[in-house]
Design a binder for this molecule. Structure first.
Ligand SMILES: Nc1nc2c(ncn2[C@@H]2O[C@H](COP(=O)(O)OP(=O)(O)OP(=O)(O)O)[C@@H](O)[C@H]2O)c(=O)[nH]1
Ligand SMILES: [Zn+2]
Length: 192
């Protein structure tokens, strides 16, 4: 996570400069408001850089449950740090609460995916950061995080392979165990 603040005037100046470098006239009708628009868009796309994941996971249900909790098909929208192009897809996040751990709200599992996705990212890094944040905040027995994404830098340029999906997973604690992991994966893969 970056500690620097989002510098909107600097971003606007940089977008104007980029338009000039691309041979465009930033003062022509259609482009006049583009630097401000692009800056607002980046502020939204990178909002997770300035959010604290521990606050997101602070909600405690005080529930006694020691079986798998899995939220599937969480939409992921992120930006690849190599090309500044979007990648998008689905995340599946599960955990087994620990004996001295916490049960959090279901929506918080989706929010934590957002916090780490809305940054300049690598898919592998989102996957392991979400897993590690759950371990640190909930002290669960186990965690599983699976992401399946399509990267625009692989579909619209470069190798140009639209439809190719990258699957990454991170498992922690008891979900490293082959049988427990296989059960979670079968639930993730069900209904597809
Ligand atoms: N491991 C990983 N690689 C990624 C991710 N997003 C994009 N990439 C890859 O980052 C690599 C950057 O490779 P470079 O050779 O430096 O850049 P490039 O010449 O634009 O590469 P091409 O995309 O192959 O044209 C590419 O292979 C991308 O597919 C990601 O989330 N994880
Ligand atoms: Zn890329």
């Amino acid at each position: 996570m970056t500690t620097a603040a989002f510098d909107a005037p600097r971003a606007e100046a940089a977008v104007r400069e980029l338009l000039l470098a691309l041979g465009e006239d930033p003062d022509r009708e259609g482009l006049r408001d583009t630097p401000a628009r692009v800056t607002r868009a980046w502020a939204e796309l990178l909002a997770g850089s300035f959010q604290d994941p521990t606050e997101v996971l602070a909600t405690d249900f005080g529930l006694d449950h020691d079986e798998l909790v899995l939220v599937k098909d969480i939409e992921v929208q992120s930006t690849c740090e190599h090309h500044l192009l979007p990648f998008h897809g689905l995340a599946h996040v599960g955990y087994i609460p620990g004996p001295h751990g916490r049960v959090t709200g279901l929506s918080k599992l989706a929010r934590i995916v957002d916090v780490y996705s809305r940054r300049l990212q690598l898919q592998e890094r989102i996957t392991s950061q979400v897993a590690d944040a759950l371990v640190a905040s909930l002290h669960p027995r186990g965690v599983i995080v699976v992401l399946e994404c399509e990267h625009n830098c692989m579909s619209m340029r470069g190798v140009r392979k639209p439809g190719a999906k990258t699957v990454t997973s991170a498992v922690r604690g008891s979900l490293r165990n082959a049988a427990t992991r296989a059960e979670a994966m079968s639930l993730i893969m069900a209904d597809r």
